[in-house]
Design a protein around this ligand. Structure first.
Ligand SMILES: Cc1cc2nc3c(=O)[nH]c(=O)nc-3n(C[C@H](O)[C@H](O)[C@H](O)COP(=O)(O)O)c2cc1C
Length: 193
């Protein structure tokens, strides 16, 4: 089953082939060594004034950190993400007293993009999610109030769509779509709605 992006012109294979699955292979586990290249890629992403105002909390399936993370997933995310080999939580510094911090969520997103692409190049799949209880995670892991817990990412080896229930299997196999490029990139004033 190819999930490759249908691009208007060739792009890097790792970008065309990346997608966000919900089925993970529970017979495979992950260690920190497996994720180190992805974290290293995130570490080397650009940021405003090189502030690097991101941090990552990681749990591996079977450990207490992972178990605590899965307790605070919301809705459908609670059914599929616990099958991942690891869960990464991304946070950014949110200190209004510090100039430049308003770009911290942008920089975290960019670091997560680096993470996802490197992980994919290493044979792993990443599915980011906003559906989780950010306050509960912050409280459980003693995250300082100047840091904003923002995104969760399930990371693992791809599983078969048949492992999912009917609803999620339909989402797993639905066509991947994007707005066309000519509605996204323009060289004139912003188009009328
Ligand atoms: C910030 C962010 C939050 C997301 N939240 C969720 C989520 O809570 N649950 C979910 O199943 N997918 C979530 N996704 C995944 C997107 O739905 C997915 O990336 C998008 O549909 C494009 O699909 P693709 O990554 O396979 O190309 C999120 C992605 C991002 C970047």
């Amino acid at each position: 089953m190819s999930r490759n992006a249908d691009t208007s012109t060739p792009i890097l294979p790792v970008l065309a082939e990346r997608w966000s699955p919900r089925s993970f292979d529970t017979s495979r586990s992950l260690t920190m060594a497996d994720l180190t290249p992805a974290f290293e890629a995130a570490r080397w992403s650009p940021s405003l004034s090189n502030l690097q105002e991101w941090r990552f909390l990681v749990g591996f399936r079977g450990d207490a950190t992972f178990a605590a993370m899965t307790e605070h997933l919301s809705g459908w995310n609670a059914s599929w993400a616990p099958n991942a080999g690891a869960i990464v939580i991304g946070m950014y510094e949110d200190d209004p007293e510090n100039r430049g911090r308003e770009y911290a969520p942008y920089d975290l997103g960019q670091a997560m993009a680096h993470f996802s692409v490197q992980a994919h190049a290493d044979g792993l799949f990443v599915h980011q999610a906003a559906g989780f209880d950010r306050d509960a995670i912050a409280a459980h892991f003693n995250v300082p109030t100047t840091w904003k817990v923002f995104v969760v990412a399930a990371v693992g080896h791809l599983g078969a769509p048949e492992l999912l229930d009917e609803t999620l299997r339909a989402r797993e196999t639905a066509p991947r779509v994007r707005r066309p490029l000519d509605e996204t990139v323009f060289t004139h004033p912003f188009p009328a709605a």
